[in-house]
Design a protein around this ligand. Sequence first.
Ligand SMILES: Nc1ncnc2c1ncn2[C@@H]1O[C@H](COP(=O)(O)OP(=O)(O)O)[C@@H](O)[C@H]1O
Ligand SMILES: [Mg+2]
Length: 180
Amino acid sequence: MHQPEHILPDEADFPWVTATAGEQGTEELGRRLGAVLGGGEVVLLFGRLGAGKTCFTRGLCRGLGIAEDVVSPTFTLVNTYRGELVVHHLDFYRLGGDTPLEDVGVMEILDEVEEGRAVLVAEWPDPLLGELKGLQPVYSWLGVAGAQDQQRLWRLRSDSPEADHLARELGLHREKGPDA
Ligand SMILES: Nc1ncnc2c1ncn2[C@@H]1O[C@H](COP(=O)(O)OP(=O)(O)O)[C@@H](O)[C@H]1O
Ligand SMILES: [Mg+2]
């Protein structure tokens, strides 16, 4: 199968950061995010294989009262969970460059999100970036390995006016700029 190339965004473009220790730490961060979502949000998860994107999503679902197993939709492309809100969990890692997003049902998902009825969480979201049509808020997260074993740094970027408040609520801190 055609394996598309994935380009990771530049860490320097993500002003907020926090560290998590182990799978549980990342799940907890996701859980706290899920607990403050109200529907209509787009959560983009960037990071290499093993960064913890699926683990983060599991936590996010827990925060919305979803008790079901949350597993990688690597082969199904979309898993849909129903709790306090509908969560569509997408993973485009294996999406061939020639597979139209329509075939995955993305347009219907985006409509549901726009109406505030669902949350969209996407791993390897590059194919989605041109399709978001001004949907707000979009929270982009980048997970990278930390200096310690089992540590991940989770970085957040968002143009949403609520982002700074959300970041503080989740315990993230703003990294000093180069001239700060
Ligand atoms: N701090 C951490 N956060 C999340 N996962 C971690 C962490 N430290 C180690 N891990 C391990 O890394 C893997 C992350 O897997 P997964 O969530 O499927 O990653 P991804 O979806 O980004 O490919 C798991 O095996 C998990 O146990
Ligand atoms: Mg994954």
